[in-house]
Design a protein around this ligand. Structure first.
Ligand SMILES: Cc1cc2nc3c(=O)[nH]c(=O)nc-3n(C[C@H](O)[C@H](O)[C@H](O)COP(=O)(O)O)c2cc1C
Length: 400
């Protein structure tokens, strides 16, 4: 909007001065382009995410600060923290307090919380706002894990939508930070096409997520992320984007809809925007071991071409840097981590899972054995040696 106002001001000035630039076609071309671009820019509240934003999904034990910073540098439009328990924040659990720390360079950043009652979620959201000052506060209503969903939190809330709405409304009014929600298509396939199962006053034959999205929007949230699976699917089967598209195309919806599930390539990302019309795409597992995926997706969305500047050498240098940063983050004096993690090993444990999942290594003969060694490595040097070996093996296989 700001840029638009500036343009209008420029036009007025040019018109007044009868400046010959007024006749300059380039100016009008730029003006038209600007209007088209402005139209496509996605805002969560007043946070400008640019056009066709690609977001790093919240992932427990994966999206710590070091990984978020790396993904941001690689082009992620916004990054999410691991989920944090509201109860643990209230109890001042150090590990949870550590999870809500953010650095300026990773902004815009969302901190995600989960819990199962209104009071604790309100209290936790205030703690997050005060301590971390995130750009967005995200509520997790999607975690399928038994110890969370079974107790009614995360995706368990899909069976108690009134409580979900009460929590959302209360959190929205408790903080001035924009609040967003991340959830799934429904509890299971048997109930996801019939909103009346859990919302008896919903219109007959309406899909659950379509009705739920409208009601969440009425609670005042600033965006909604939908993972295209039900709770009972956990992470099995393919994500179904049809209902995500239905929510997006519902004329009652005005907030940004973020689609999530099984987006692994730049082509799939573009397809999600074009076929389902979502405002943003969120990428989770595919970013493990290849944070440069965001850069490739960004380039592809903006130019229709892959980023050919990302050579094998460069990708390995990114992985090395990821190891260094993970260790540096773990060793940070001021991060309040418990003694156990304030060691090189803490950073290594975190990063080795990323490396072991890197698609770079697919196709290396006997990679299984190397993967096990990566997962057992206990020092930076061990990991560097394994990376060097992997690099040589890939080079050899390429020259055959
Ligand atoms: C290891 C792991 C941890 C996750 N932790 C969270 C979490 O803390 N909060 C959340 O909302 N979703 C979490 N998820 C779900 C992801 O955010 C995402 O919705 C899901 O993986 C589907 O997207 P993808 O196919 O791009 O991975 C997690 C997923 C994985 C694989």
């Amino acid at each position: 909007m700001f840029r638009f106002i500036i343009y209008l001001a420029k036009i007025r000035r040019l018109n007044k001065n009868k400046n010959k630039k007024w006749k300059n076609n380039t100016f009008f071309h730029n003006f038209a382009t600007e209007i088209i671009t402005l139209h496509c820019i996605v805002f969560i509240s007043d946070i400008n995410l640019g056009s066709r934003p690609v977001l790093l999904a919240p992932m427990e034990d994966v999206t710590d600060m070091s990984f978020r910073i790396l993904c941001k540098e690689m082009g992620a439009s916004m990054v999410y923290s691991e989920f944090v328990s509201a109860d643990a924040l209230i109890r001042n659990v150090q590990r949870s307090l550590d999870k809500i720390r953010v650095e300026e360079i990773e902004r815009p950043v969302a901190i995600q919380i989960y819990g199962r009652d209104v009071e604790s979620m309100v209290e936790a959201s205030r703690i997050v706002e005060q301590e971390a000052k995130p750009d967005v506060l995200d509520i997790n209503f999607g975690c399928p894990v038994k110890k969370i969903a079974g107790k009614g939190a995360g995706s368990g809330m899909l069976r108690t939508p009134q409580l979900m709405l009460d929590i959302t409304k209360a959190v929205v009014s408790a903080v001035s930070t924009p609040v967003t929600v991340k959830t799934r298509l429904g509890w299971d396939v048997a109930t996801m096409y019939d909103a009346q199962t859990f919302l008896p006053d919903a219109p007959k034959g309406k899909a659950y997520i379509v009705e739920l999205a409208e009601r969440l929007q009425d609670c005042g949230i600033s965006a909604l992320t939908i993972h295209g699976r039900t709770r009972s699917q956990m992470y099995q089967g393919e994500a179904d984007w049809t209902l995500i598209g239905e929510v997006k195309n519902n004329p009652h919806m005005t907030i940004p809809i973020i689609g999530n599930g099984d987006i692994c390539t730049a082509e799939q990302c573009l397809d999600a925007f074009e076929r389902f019309g979502v405002d943003a795409v969120m990428v989770g597992r595919a970013s493990l071991g290849q944070p440069w995926l965001f850069r490739d997706m960004r380039t592809f969305l903006d130019t229709g071409q892959h980023d050919s500047s990302m050579t094998l050498e460069w990708k390995f240098s990114v992985l090395r840097r990821q190891i260094e940063q993970s260790v540096a983050y773990s060793l940070r004096e001021d991060n309040g981590l418990k003694e156990r993690r304030r060691t090189e090993l803490g950073g290594i444990i975190h990063v080795r899972r990323h490396l072991a999942n890197s698609p770079l290594f697919k196709g290396i003969p006997n990679f299984r054995e190397m993967r096990i060694r990566i997962l057992q490595a206990e020092s930076r040097d061990e990991l560097f040696t394994l990376l060097d070996k992997a690099y040589d093996l890939i080079r050899q296989s390429q020259s055959i």
